[in-house]
Design a protein around this ligand. Structure first.
Ligand SMILES: [Fe+2]
Length: 141
C-alpha cells in the first residue's frame, strides 16, 4: 500500500493540511527510496528530515490543542511521541544494519497505518474541534 494525499485527509485548517501534505510526500519518497535499495546515507538523511519536520508539525498541532483547551490533548500528544520513537528506532536500525528488507516492511506498515489511523482519526477530530471553537469565538457565543 502506498501513501498519498487524498481529499478525505483534508482537515480544513490550512496550516495543518499544508504540513500533512509535505509529510505524506516525504514519507512516500522515503519508502520508495528504501524499496529501491537506497544507501544508508541517503535513507538516514531522509529519516532526519522526516524526524525534524514531524517535530515541527507536532509542535504546531500541540500548540493549537493547548491554546483551545482540546480535551484529548494528552492521548493525541502521546501518539506523536510514539511516532517520534518509531522514527528514532528506524534511524538506529538503518544506521547499524543499512536498509534491510524487514526494516522497510516494518516501516512501510507503520507509516501507512500511522497516516490512516492518526491523520484520519485523531487529527481530523482535533481540527473539527478547533474549527467549532473558532466559529464560537467568531460569533461571540
Ligand atoms: Fe496529530
Amino acid at each position: 500500500m502506498s501513501i498519498e494525499w487524498t481529499k478525505n485527509l483534508e482537515s480544513g485548517i490550512p496550516a495543518v493540511d499544508m504540513q500533512h501534505k509535505l509529510l505524506i510526500k516525504k514519507t512516500g519518497e522515503l519508502l520508495l527510496a528504501c524499496k529501491n535499495a537506497a544507501g544508508k546515507e541517503e535513507a538516514r538523511e531522509m529519516i532526519d528530515f522526516l524526524s525534524a519536520y514531524c517535530t515541527e508539525h507536532f509542535v504546531l498541532e500541540e500548540n493549537l490543542m493547548r491554546e483551545s483547551g482540546y480535551p484529548y490533548y494528552l492521548s493525541h500528544a502521546r501518539q506523536h511521541r510514539m511516532f517520534n520513537s518509531l522514527i528514532l528506532e528506524t534511524w538506529v536500525k538503518v544506521d547499524s544494519e543499512g536498509v534491510a528488507t524487514d526494516t522497510v516492511v516494518r516501516l512501510n506498515k507503520a507509516l501507512v497505518s500511522w497516516f490512516l489511523e492518526h491523520i484520519m482519526k485523531m487529527d481530523l477530530k482535533m481540527c473539527e474541534y478547533l474549527s467549532a471553537e473558532n466559529n464560537k469565538l467568531a460569533s461571540g457565543t
